[in-house]
Design a protein around this ligand. Sequence first.
Ligand code: BV8
Length: 237
Amino acid sequence: MTFRRIVILTGAGVSAESGMGTFRDKGGIWTRHRLEDVATPEGFARNPDLVHAFYNTRRGALKAAQPNAAHLALARLQRHVEADGGDFMLVTQNVDNLHEKAGSTRVVHMHGELASALCAACGARGYWDKDLTGDSECWSCGAVGALRPDVVWFGEMPYGMDDIYRGLELADLFVSVGTSGEVYPAAGFVNEARLAGAHTIELNLEPSANVRIFSEGRYGPASEVVDAWVSDLIGAG
Ligand code: BV8
């Protein structure tokens, strides 16, 4: 079965073996930080220094983090599909840059990126790889103290939704990798894809909340399962 229009959705599980934490596993990020305090606009308004520290720590970990075999396999799949004239869209809930480090291009970061800052005063968004503090100055408008992490918090509109829904409408294959299926609207994408007639596959450490919606599932560490699935689909790289 050859697929010509593929949409991939990844979550924290694809980066787990690269040392970036997941959120809802044992010892996960939401077991050590209250989501309400560090991943909502209200939490940022209440205590910006706490939120800056939370994201500065994760941004600081980016430099040393390396992509794993799952990221590399997805980049290989994109090259193969596009060389064959097919369409490939990689949507990630992750704010790390490991897909890019693995060679993926045009990655849709629906929840934003650690290596980007957003100015609440002028709306500028741009590359930022240092710590953000209340004294950081906007490169565009010069405002001091208006810069925030360019990530999508709970209650905020994810990025790229129009492009994502268009991709799901046209997809003949939707693959979800390393996500618990707990956060919307990402957790609803498999339904959109099914309605469009796409074949749907879940590649995860264990069955997610959405397991019954998928046509097919393969379970185990992403570095093994994703690499094996891509090799089965297009041959070993
Ligand atoms: C919004 C910020 C309006 C950056 C994050 C219904 C419809 C619409 C909205 C809602 C709804 N119901 C509730 C809502 C509101 C809310 C929501 O979903 N709440 C949840 C808690 C119920 N959603 C929102 O507020 C969203 N905005 O709705 O706007 C709107 C409405 C409609 C249409 C458009 C807009 C905004 C959500 C974004 C919040 N920001 N992150 C950051 O700090 O990172 S979300 C947070 O959870 C993370 O960013 C992460 O991306 C996301 C999802 O988590 P996962 O990636 O799945 O990670 P998790 O730890 O949960 O799971 C890891 C998985 O990996 C597990 O399955 C595990 O088994 C597996 N795994 C582990 N190790 C491995 C592995 N797999 C393979 N290999 C391994 N080695």
